[in-house]
Design a protein. Structure first.
Length: 285
C-alpha cells in the first residue's frame, strides 16, 4: 500500500496517544505538567481537534517511555498528519464532514457502499456527476459545480492506482439503473461505464432487484471504510442533505456490516448484476 493520507495518519496518531497515556496510568493534567503544556492542549491532541507537532509527540514519547522503532513511527505519523491532502484546497466546495471522509477514503484498502438512488461517486461518469450535482446543489455557480465534478474525478483514481487500487464493493438498488439522471444518453453512457468497471478485479457491483422487496437499509445510503492497518477499526460514513458524518463507534460499524451482508445476500450475483446493468443500458439506447 503506497497511498498515504494525512487524515488517516492523524486518526491513527490520535488513537496511539490515547492508548499510551491510558497505559501509563497518568492523567492528562499529570502528563501536561511533565511536558510543560496544559491538559486542554493534551485533550485536543487526543480528540483530534489539534494536530500535534513532531516535537510535541517527541516530548510525549519521552514521558511514556517509548523509544526505538515505535518512537520513530509515531514521529513519522506526526509529520505525515500535518501535511495537506489534495482535497484540502477544495474544502469550501465540499459538504461539511465530507472532507474527512475523502481523507480516509484516500488510504482505505476497501470501500463497501450501498446506494438506493444514484450511482456511487467513485463510479460516476463526468456527465452523470454533473447532472447529480446540478440537481442536489441548484444554488451552486457553474464554477462551483465544475470544482465538485473535479473532486469526484480525482477520487476515482483510487480505482486504478497509483499504488494498490482500492477494493470497491457497491450494492445498488435496481432503481439506480432506471432513474434517468441527465437523460437517456447520459444514463446509457453511465451504465456502460459501470459494466466496464465491473470487469476490474478490484470492483464488485451487485444489484438488488425490485423483486427483493423491503429490506433493512431502505432508510438511506451508507458506506463502510476499511483501513489497511489491522488495528484500525472499520468506519461508517453517513450522509444527509447538509452534512456527512464519519463514525468509528464499533457497535455502529458492526450493525452496518451486518446490514451490508444482508443486502449482499439479497442482491443478484456479480454476473447476473452485470447482465441487469447491461440490459438497462440497452433500454436507454
Amino acid at each position: 500500500m503506497t497511498r498515504c493520507s494525512p487524515t488517516a495518519r492523524h486518526r491513527r496518531l490520535m488513537a496511539e496517544l490515547n492508548r499510551l497515556r491510558c497505559d501509563s496510568g497518568l492523567s492528562r493534567a499529570e502528563v501536561a505538567a511533565l511536558i510543560g503544556s496544559t491538559d486542554t492542549t493534551l485533550w485536543r491532541y487526543e480528540t483530534g481537534l489539534t494536530r500535534p507537532k513532531p516535537s510535541d509527540v517527541a516530548a510525549l514519547t519521552s514521558v511514556y517511555g517509548v523509544d526505538g522503532e515505535e518512537r520513530e513511527s509515531l514521529l513519522q505519523m506526526a509529520k505525515e498528519a500535518r501535511r495537506r491532502g489534495w482535497w484540502h484546497r477544495h474544502r469550501r466546495a465540499l459538504k461539511p464532514g465530507f472532507d474527512s471522509y475523502i481523507g480516509l477514503e484516500a488510504e482505505a484498502s476497501a470501500v463497501r457502499v450501498y446506494e438506493p438512488l444514484v450511482v456511487p461517486g467513485l463510479t460516476q461518469t463526468e456527465a452523470y456527476a454533473r447532472a447529480v450535482i446540478e440537481a442536489v446543489a441548484p444554488a451552486c455557480s457553474p464554477a462551483e459545480i465544475d470544482e465538485k465534478v473535479a473532486v469526484r474525478a480525482s477520487r476515482q483514481r483510487l480505482l486504478h492506482g497509483p499504488g494498490d487500487p482500492i477494493h470497491l464493493v457497491a450494492v445498488l438498488d435496481e432503481a439506480v439503473l432506471w432513474r434517468q439522471v441527465g437523460g437517456r444518453e447520459v444514463m446509457r453512457e453511465q451504465l456502460e461505464h459501470l459494466v466496464r468497471l465491473g470487469a476490474l478485479p478490484n470492483v464488485e457491483l451487485r444489484v438488488i432487484p425490485f423483486s427483493a422487496g423491503a429490506h433493512a437499509a431502505m432508510d438511506g445510503k451508507f458506506c463502510l471504510l476499511r483501513l489497511p492497518e489491522a488495528a484500525d477499526p472499520d468506519l461508517v460514513y453517513l450522509e444527509r442533505a447538509t452534512r456527512g458524518l464519519v463514525s468509528d463507534d464499533p457497535e455502529e460499524a458492526r450493525r452496518y456490516t451486518r446490514m451490508f451482508d444482508d443486502l449482499t445476500a439479497l442482491a443478484l450475483d456479480e454476473q447476473a448484476s452485470t447482465a441487469r446493468i447491461a440490459r438497462a443500458a440497452e433500454e436507454m439506447t
